[in-house]
Design a protein around this ligand. Structure first.
Ligand code: DON
Length: 313
């Protein structure tokens, strides 16, 4: 499906991105870098990048938009999309799609809900999705990497093994969740394999440019970079809906209020947002607020939708 908006709707995107970079300047470095994964702790909190990839092919960027960073939980969008592409919607028997209102790494609801995670974007739900992808493909992290290489057009983007190992060495909460899921029969593969795939997919390194191009199928109603359907329009709508309601965890209400777009954050400081029919936007600012979302990134997206008027509301 093509972008249904006229070229005359197109604002001065390069000027808007520069304006956003100027406006977020006072926020640079405010918040804290995700040091619970020690190898992420060394990233400079002052970095800021923004990229917009348009459905019709135009790409615009400002700041550090070509600097690779750890995509972390943003990978969960792509693992979910892959599972849906292979398996349509059988994943929804193993994970709910309700906002949790709890932090991304909370386990508090998992026991009460008998091992069914609230949604695919909290860590518990993402482990179930990765498990399913592992069953379907034999290598979940490699299939996420393959999708991202194809969609971004960057064949050299890769997993940072140091980040993956650093998270594995400190991944006690994720390991606990995986064992709890297994105790309820909600994993198909051995806990250690699921965890290794999950840590690897989170440790993919990509720039704002790579990520915006990779997420563009969600703005193109499921159509891949190659022009063929990757997801159906209906599936693409569903992934966007879950991003809107669950993509920023216990700050999803605030994100919808401020930004008004489907979005998915990662503790590497990246956020991907989608304007259906128009574009994918990626922002990166490694310093995080209390909910694990980039402070400068959310402010930048807030400015973006205010300056362009491009929101789903
Ligand atoms: O599992 C973790 O804790 C990390 N690999 C990913 C968490 C994350 O990115 C949460 N997002 N804001």
């Amino acid at each position: 499906m093509q972008d249904t908006h006229d070229a005359q709707d197109m604002p001065d995107m390069q000027g808007i991105l520069q304006e956003i970079a100027d406006r977020i300047e006072p926020l640079r470095g405010q918040g804290s870098v995700a040091a619970y994964i020690p190898s992420l702790g060394g990233v400079s909190p002052d970095r800021f990048g923004i990229c917009v990839a348009m459905a019709d092919g135009g790409v615009y960027g400002a700041g550090d938009w070509r600097v690779p960073f750890s995509i972390q939980s943003i990978s969960k969008v792509f693992s979910l999309a892959l599972v849906m592409s292979y398996d349509y919607d059988s994943i929804w028997r193993r994970v709910f799609r309700e906002p949790s209102g709890t932090p991304f790494n909370s386990m508090i609801q998992l026991e009460a809900d008998q091992g069914i995670p609230r949604n695919p974007f909290i860590n518990a739900g993402a482990l179930v999705v990765t498990d399913r992808l592992l069953t379907l493909t034999g290598d979940a992290a490699a299939s996420v990497r393959g999708l991202l290489r194809l969609e971004s057009g960057n064949p050299s983007l890769d997993i940072d093994p140091v980040v993956a190992a650093s998270e594995a060495d400190h991944g006690h909460r994720n390991a606990s969740m995986a064992h709890l899921l297994a105790s309820y029969g909600n994993l198909e593969n051995p806990v250690e394999e699921v965890l290794a795939n999950y840590f690897n997919q989170c440790a993919l390194e990509m720039s704002c440019e790579d990520l915006a191009k990779s997420a563009l199928f969600l703005a193109r109603h499921g159509v891949s970079a190659g022009g063929t359907p990757f997801l159906s329009p209906n599936q693409s709508k569903r992934v966007n809906a879950v991003m809107l309601t669950c993509g920023t965890y216990d700050a999803a209400g605030e994100f919808a209020y401020r930004v008004g777009l489907p979005g998915k954050s990662g503790v590497g400081g990246g956020i991907v947002a989608i304007v259906p029919g128009r574009c994918a936007i990626t922002v990166w600012g490694p310093a995080l607020g209390p909910n694990g979302n980039s402070l400068a990134g959310i402010a930048a997206l807030d400015h973006f939708t205010a300056l362009t008027g491009w929101s789903i509301f």
